[in-house]
Design a protein around this ligand. Structure first.
Ligand SMILES: *Cc1c(COP(=O)(O)O)cnc(C)c1O
Length: 430
């Protein structure tokens, strides 16, 4: 039998993470239990000391969550994975696991509004400094962003909502030249359309709330470690992984759990223990249902996105369209390289007439609903400047690639003809 990592992506979507034994449930069981029973205190003590692996309290680990995390890990081609309560928690953990007070992060400026706030405001309160670089900065500008205390580089494969494509290979090379890992938020393409680890990313994060769930059912996140970053080779930069952890009797994560396991074990046993951002097993079950059809749904999202982008690019009332897989798009070449089978179903456009015209357009849509959501089975739309990116100044909006009149349209799974007709009639109303 082919091993999970040798199987095609669709087989992994359906099968990875759980293989029932004789007479066991066919679908992953929801282990709806906060705690787990042991015969002796000694047996449980060994778990607390990380001397043995096993479950003792769902705030740290739960079997249902682990099965789903293992599936996402197999989809991304990593060595270890974990679920979190949200995409925000996943991105916070991925950075904070290796970057503490006094550290510094280099981040691509075209990122999700929530991640922008997290990195630039909340982490600053924890004493973590940040330098933003534009997605299309020169190699020299990228190089100049690093400092001696830089601990990681962060970017999104396809930025939400700017739809900039990250040159993963280039950012990974720069990160590695400075002895730090590249963290990539792969929410929009999902591993069906891009696997950042294959291009040099070290840690991959997800808001599973989006396409992975795909039905607007449950907020969630995930982190996958590639196992490729050699923490010990840069031991001075990552003492949390390479020196004894006093809260676990002096365990050195990178020694005890190796290059492939250290990052996720530390994030679970320290950050999850202390911050408690666990995903509920029930939500992990829903997430798994979404994952089972991810490879079937993504092509339809992309088909709708491509058709809509082509339609909008020829429409007289539309002043600009962003869609990386649209010929002529600023990120077309990078999309051809990293997203040859399509990227995602999200298209952004500016309607002639500015903010007021954008609002009239959105109000006239019948199929597409106005929602603070994206990457769902049902088509939805949003005006980022007045919602998700509301806190930003005009300069910050420009740096994030968000024009004040921009509308983000997230193509769902409906029939293409109906979506195009809906957008056409709404543009007629502007
Ligand atoms: C939505 C989103 C997040 C935040 O995820 P939540 O699940 O809403 O916490 C992070 N990154 C990207 C790219 C997103 O689209």
């Amino acid at each position: 039998m082919a091993r999970p990592n040798e199987q095609q992506i669709g087989t992994r979507c359906v099968q990875a993470g759980y293989t029932p034994g004789n007479g066991e449930p066919r679908q992953i069981p929801i282990v709806q239990s906060t705690t787990f029973k042991y015969a002796t205190g000694e047996a449980m003590g060994a778990l607390f000391d990380l001397q043995e692996s096993g479950y003792f309290y769902t705030r740290l680990q739960n079997p249902t969550n682990d099965m789903v995390a293992a599936k996402i890990c197999a989809l991304e081609g990593g060595t270890a994975g974990m679920l979190t309560s949200s995409g925000q928690a996943a991105n916070f953990f991925s950075v904070f696991n290796i970057c503490e007070t006094g550290g510094h992060v280099v981040a691509c400026s075209a990122i999700y509004g929530g991640t922008f706030n997290l990195l630039s405001h909340t982490l600053a309160k924890m004493g973590i400094e940040l330098t933003f670089v534009a997605p299309d900065c020169t190699d020299e500008e990228l190089d100049a962003a690093f400092r001696p205390n830089t601990k990681c580089v962060f970017g999104e494969t396809i930025a939400n909502p700017a739809l900039a494509v990250l040159d993963i290979e280039r950012f990974a090379k720069a990160a590695h030249a400075h002895g730090v890992p590249l963290i990539v938020d792969n929410t929009f393409p999902t591993p069906v359309n891009c696997r950042p680890i294959e291009w040099g990313a070290d840690i991959v994060t997800h808001s599973t709330t989006k396409y992975m769930d795909g039905h607007g059912v449950a907020v969630g996140g995930a982190i996958v470690d590639s196992g490729n970053f050699d923490w010990m080779a840069h031991a001075d930069k990552f003492p949390g992984l390479t020196t004894p952890d006093e809260s676990y009797h002096g365990i050195v994560y990178a020694e005890q759990f190796g290059q492939g396991g250290a990052f996720i074990t530390k994030a679970t046993s320290q950050l999850m223990r202390d911050f408690g951002s666990i995903q509920s097993p029930q939500n992990a079950f829903y997430l798994n249902l979404g994952l089972e059809s991810l490879h079937v749904r993504m092509p339809q999202h992309c088909k709708n996105g491509q058709a809509l982008a082509e339609f909008l690019s020829n429409h007289p009332k539309v002043t600009s369209v962003s869609y990386p897989n649209l010929p002529g798009d600023k990120y077309y070449d990078l999309a051809q390289k990293y997203l040859p089978n399509g990227g995602c179903g999200v298209v952004s456009l500016c309607v002639d007439g500015g903010r007021a015209a954008a609002e009239r357009f959105m109000a006239a849509l019948r199929i597409a609903a106005i929602e603070t959501h994206v990457a769902d089975a049902r088509t939805c739309c949003l005006h980022p400047a007045s919602t998700t990116h509301r806190q930003m100044s005009d300069e910050e909006l420009v740096a994030a690639g968000v024009a004040p009149s921009m509308v983000r349209l997230s193509c769902g799974l409906e029939s293409t003809e109906d979506l195009l007709a809906d957008v056409a009639q709404a543009l007629d109303c502007v």
